[in-house]
Design a protein around this ligand. Structure first.
Ligand code: TGC
Ligand code: FAD
Length: 402
């Protein structure tokens, strides 16, 4: 509330309660519920009290990297023998949902580490690479980032110009990557570059390699609590033992994106739920014309549509999770869920902002922060329109990209 002419800092008392209109919890196992509750409690105690201030200062709460490891947020569905969670894909999704309920940037910290760094090392790496990197990444001792996007090649990564040239027992890496989550803090980067035959290969580039730098990108109005930077390679000598041996071609990075997009399809529901939860509570408390604004039909329309869309997104995510658990979730199905659920959350954030009136633009409520974050989530991991075209290609058989 506004007091003495100032809007107080929002070290908010997080009163969030989940919303489960269709009893989807009944479809979950005891392990899923346990994982969800543990992450929810962690978000309430570690994220909610600080997130508005970190977002305002555009600062990454680096101390949370360790905590994320402790709650098993890095690679929850990768095998336990490498220090990972060994859970199923639904557990992974639920964890992402609870994290993004706190903040999309916090979910990004976890999903880059787990899905875009650990997953390619697990899926395409040698046994030696797995043993060297995965336990340290799972425990948060090491932080990673993923470099696909370039300054001139975002939606079209196959046109990348970052390249490697053979130099005996190493490759010489040149080029630059742009918009890389976690890069200024990362110990390693999984980088995708073209070899001399023009095939895309994955390499593990380590901080400290000569010619490798990671300048930070400033001035973001979205995902402000997540750190973003570039990756610059000037004749970096990368040992051949750091190349991911078991993949070549664009399907390497795109497979990692499928894993991460799946997590975002679940994660975005969390941001939508937090906005809905806040708007519902506000509609009961805020009075105008002598009654709670929740009594007005127009407010009810907004809230009813919000919970309808959330419920549809929850069912989509759950069904996608059951398909993913048996290895049957197709990339196009994942695209549909990522696109629908992120857009759903962004629309809900906008409606929730209206329900909060002027207070909706302040840091006393989470809504504006989620809304700004979701603008990035709508764009990264494939833009809203790219995912539409993936669905279009899947249903018509015609490729609009070529
Ligand atoms: P195309 O010819 O269609 O495909 C090339 C090869 O890849 C295979 N493939 C996939 N495999 C696994 N998962 C997927 N989702 C796949 N999509 C395609 C495909 O079968 C083919 O395999 P093969 O064996 O025949 O070679 O490729 P294209 O060049 O026409 O591009 C298609 C397009 C536009 C859909 C793709 O380039 C695309 O998805 N673009 C969007 C780029 C993107 O999403 N960038 C994200 C960067 S990372 C990021 O944003 C991280 S944010 C992190 C955070 O903070 O959370
Ligand atoms: P462009 O590709 O230039 O697209 C601009 C517009 O053109 C979009 O609206 C797009 O939909 C449209 N467009 C493009 N092609 C077509 C087409 N064929 N038909 C119709 N419309 C089209 N990347 C990484 O590799 N690693 C990361 O960790 C990472 N983190 C990120 C963090 C943040 C905060 C942000 C903002 C981005 C991040 N990205 C990362 C990059 C992200 O994946 C790209 O921004 C995204 O893929 C879009 O690329 P672009 O920004 O170059 O936009």
């Amino acid at each position: 509330m506004i007091g003495n002419g100032t809007i107080q800092k929002r070290a908010r008392q997080d009163q969030y309660q989940g919303h489960d209109y269709y009893n989807i919890d009944e479809l979950l196992s005891e392990d899923h519920i346990l994982a969800r509750d543990a992450v929810r409690d962690w978000v309430k105690s570690e994220v909610s009290p600080i997130i508005e201030e970190y977002a305002e200062r555009a600062e990454c709460p680096k101390h949370l990297f360790k905590g994320l490891a402790e709650i098993g947020a890095y690679g929850p569905s990768l095998p336990a023998e490498y220090g990972c969670g060994g859970m199923d894909e639904i557990a992974y999704g639920i964890i992402m949902q609870e994290l993004e309920r706190g903040d999309s940037g916090i979910r990004s910290m976890a999903s880059v580490q787990g899905s875009l760094v650990m997953y390619p090392i697990y899926r395409f790496g040698s046994e030696e690479q797995r043993r060297k990197y995965l336990p340290k990444l799972a425990s948060g001792e090491m932080i990673g980032c993923f470099g696909l996007t370039e300054p001139d090649h975002g939606s079209d990564p196959s046109s990348m110009i970052t390249n490697i040239k053979d130099d005996g027992d190493a490759y010489i890496l040149n080029g630059a990557k742009m918009w890389i989550t976690n890069s200024p803090l990362a110990d390693i980067a999984v980088v995708w570059a073209k070899n001399e035959e023009g095939r895309i290969q994955g390499l593990i580039v380590e901080r400290g390699m000569k010619g490798f730098s990671t300048p930070e990108i400033h001035g973001k109005w979205s995902l402000r609590a997540s750190i973003t930077g570039e990756l610059v390679f000037e004749d970096v000598r990368v040992p051949k033992s750091n190349v991911l041996p078991n993949v070549s071609g664009l399907k390497g990075p795109l497979s990692c994106l499928s894993k991460a997009r799946y997590g975002i399809a679940w994660g975005a529901i969390g941001a939508g739920l937090d906005c809905y939860d806040s708007a519902l509570r506000y509609s009961r408390e805020r009075k105008q014309f002598g009654k709670p604004i929740g009594q007005f039909q127009l407010t009810q329309k907004k809230l009813a549509e919000m919970i309808t869309e959330i419920t549809k997104a929850q069912l989509l995510a759950w069904r996608l999770g059951t398909l993913a658990n048996v290895g049957k979730a197709t990339p196009a199905q994942i695209s549909m869920a990522k696109r629908n659920n992120v857009n759903m959350a962004l629309e809900i954030a906008r409606e929730a902002r209206q329900i909060h009136g002027g207070m909706g633009i302040t840091n006393e409520y989470p809504v504006m922060r989620h809304m700004m974050n979701l603008e990035t989530v709508l764009t990264y991991e494939g833009t809203h329109d790219i995912h539409l075209l993936i669905t279009g290609m899947d249903v018509t058989g015609f490729n609009a990209f070529k």
